[in-house]
Design a protein. Structure first.
Length: 148
């Protein structure tokens, strides 16, 4: 179970989390967009995980900062994200893109506390009526598509 947004927001050291996101932003690899992004999150066991965006000459396969963050989450033991922040190249709070809201939903759920310009808000505010893992429960896929 994920924390309530109030709990996640209360547990997080937001200035430290924002500072970590800014540090990671400074390491972004963005020769194409020249738009560095850094992200940092508190995990339910107290770890801090983060990432920066890493672009590619094949533009469409660039990795958002949140991709690195969820990869570090899994690689260092998993757990649930409870508080998240993301910043742009000026160090200002950045709203996660649509695809990354889905990534965050998978690992933090509706109560993940997200840092926004209008205050700390639950992820459910930013991704209402979300699709999630529970929608796959019991699904066998489309008829005839299961293969041999
Ligand atoms: O939530 C977001 C939004 C954008 N970007 C990156 C992708 C691309 O490298 C650059 C410009 O879109 O910003 C992120 O890393 N995370």
């Amino acid at each position: 179970m994920s924390d309530s947004p109030a709990t996640g927001a209360g547990r997080a050291d937001w200035p430290a989390l924002r500072e970590r996101a800014r540090e990671l932003m400074s390491r972004a690899y963005v020769p194409y967009s020249k738009y560095p992004v850094g992200a940092a999150a508190l995990v339910d066991d107290g770890r801090i995980v983060g990432g920066c965006n890493v672009e590619n000459a094949s533009y469409g396969i660039g990795l958002c900062a949140e991709c690195g963050l969820v990869s570090e989450l899994a690689a260092t033991g998993g757990g649930r994200l409870v508080a998240f922040t993301c910043c742009d190249g000026r160090g200002e709070i950045l709203m996660p893109c649509g695809r990354c809201r889905q990534l965050l939903w998978e690992h933090g759920g509706p109560n993940l506390a997200v840092d926004t310009a209008s205050g700390v808000r639950p992820l459910s505010d930013l991704l209402p009526d979300a699709f999630g893992p529970e929608h796959l429960a019991g699904a066998d896929g489309p008829t005839g598509s299961t293969g041999p």
